[in-house]
Design a protein around this ligand. Structure first.
Ligand SMILES: [Zn+2]
Length: 124
């Protein structure tokens, strides 16, 4: 094998490695669950903590379940049930949307640095 061929092979391997890293970066698991109700933040929750969140608004009822690093809509009394049918989400930027209830459950990779019920501070 010529030296030039070795350089070519190494370059290809490095390139493949970078592509692999980018792919993994885009598919990494998120850290934080952000629930938005009618355009304003309802709450932020850690994806690593199992939790059941009941959301009752004038528009209806939803039950969001965080379990084993995944989130799903356990219950909803919306007419279409798309949010329930969507199943588990766990990756950054994935979301569960309940249009009839104007509810969005989104996963971000922001870290929650303080988590009390009145004010959730998140840092990018
Ligand atoms: Zn729904």
């Amino acid at each position: 094998m010529k030296k030039r061929d070795i350089i070519l092979v190494v370059s290809l391997l490095v390139f493949a490695g970078i592509v692999f890293l980018i792919f993994n970066f885009n598919n990494k698991s998120g850290k934080t669950v952000v629930i938005t109700e009618n355009g304003s933040t309802y709450g932020t929750y850690s994806l690593s903590e199992n939790k059941v969140i009941g959301i009752d608004t004038d528009l209806g009822h939803n039950k969001v379940v965080i379990k084993d690093g995944k989130v799903h809509m356990e219950e909803a009394d919306c007419p279409d049930k798309y949010c329930v049918d969507k199943g588990d989400i766990s990756k950054t930027n994935e979301s569960l949307i309940c249009l009839p209830h104007k509810l969005v459950v989104e996963i971000t990779d922001d870290e929650i640095i303080s988590n009390n019920d009145d004010l959730d501070a998140i840092v990018k």
